[in-house]
Design a protein around this ligand. Structure first.
Ligand SMILES: [Cu+2]
Length: 276
């Protein structure tokens, strides 16, 4: 009995108790961490779900009513009616009106995601088989982000979602994400921010988000990209402006672009020497 009460309490507990990642037996979306995702959740919960439920219940009622009312024993001589203009007009117009009703918030959401406000921070995400590479073009920072293997997980790090180098961004700032890929199609997706964009080789897609609270948020590659598709997670750490500045100072030393370039050219020279 006690266990039952505990289960019910857990089920009814507010979602804010949950961490920013998928949960066992989770129903619905992850908790929104951006205004855009809140709008998406509203659209789903208060527009799509009521419409879907209403149509399903109505059709079910019609089917059950027809089965009972027009069964052979009660209705031995079947009607030969084949047209009814009024009903045909209704069943054409009502779905049209429902679609028009849904289109208004739907287009609003689409355009709000498409129109990128002036960005405070720009990040470039590059999909590779099978990890993500990141650049902060304005800060001269470049690094790769690999999933942490099960054997190396620290306490509190979720399996298949934690990475060695996570992206760090400031809270309440517009983050523009440029997304591309180096080999095959990938997709950069972060459910809590309502963000999902394909990473296409030779093309740059862009999107944006504005996190409204600090925390660590997890996403995954969302385009089947090969054998290790499930093992290239995305981790975004949202921190305060001061912490972001501190991280930036460290990262500029740790992940300086110049160094990488130097390493690359050194590798090239060594390779050329070997070939000779
Ligand atoms: Cu991928």
């Amino acid at each position: 009995m006690l266990r039952f009460v505990l289960y019910i309490t857990l089920l009814l507990a507010p979602f804010s108790l949950y961490a920013e990642q998928p949960k066992d037996w989770q129903l619905g979306f992850q908790k929104a961490a951006s205004g855009h995702m809140e709008d998406l959740v509203w659209f789903h919960d208060f527009m799509l779900l009521p419409i879907i439920t209403g149509i399903t219940v109505f059709v079910l009622f019609l089917v059950i009513y027809a089965c009972i009312r027009y069964r052979a024993s009660r209705n031995p001589i079947a009607s030969t009616t084949s047209h009814n203009t009024l009903i045909e007009v209704i069943w054409t117009l009502v779905p049209c009106l429902i679609l028009i009703l849904m289109a208004v918030p739907s287009f609003k959401l689409l355009y709000s995601q498409d129109k990128i406000p002036p960005a405070d921070v720009t990040i470039k995400a590059i999909g590779y088989q099978w990890y993500w590479g990141y650049e902060y073009p304005d800060e001269n920072i470049v690094f790769d982000s690999y999933m942490i293997e099960d054997s190396e997980l620290q306490p509190g790090q979720p399996r298949l979602l934690s990475v060695d180098n996570e992206i760090v961004v400031p809270v309440d700032k517009v983050i523009k994400v440029l997304i591309t890929a180096n080999d095959v199609l990938h997709a950069w997706a972060l459910p809590s921010f309502g963000v999902k964009r394909d990473a296409v080789p030779g093309r740059i897609n862009e999107t944006w988000f504005k996190a409204d609270r600090t925390g660590t948020f997890y996403g995954q590659c969302s385009e089947l990209c090969g054998i290790k598709h499930a093992f290239m997670p995305i981790t975004v750490k949202v921190v305060t402006q001061e912490d972001y500045k501190k991280w930036l100072d460290d990262a500029k030393e740790k992940f300086a672009k110049q160094e990488n370039k130097l390493n690359l050219s050194l590798a090239k020279i060594t390779l050329e020497d070997k070939i000779k």
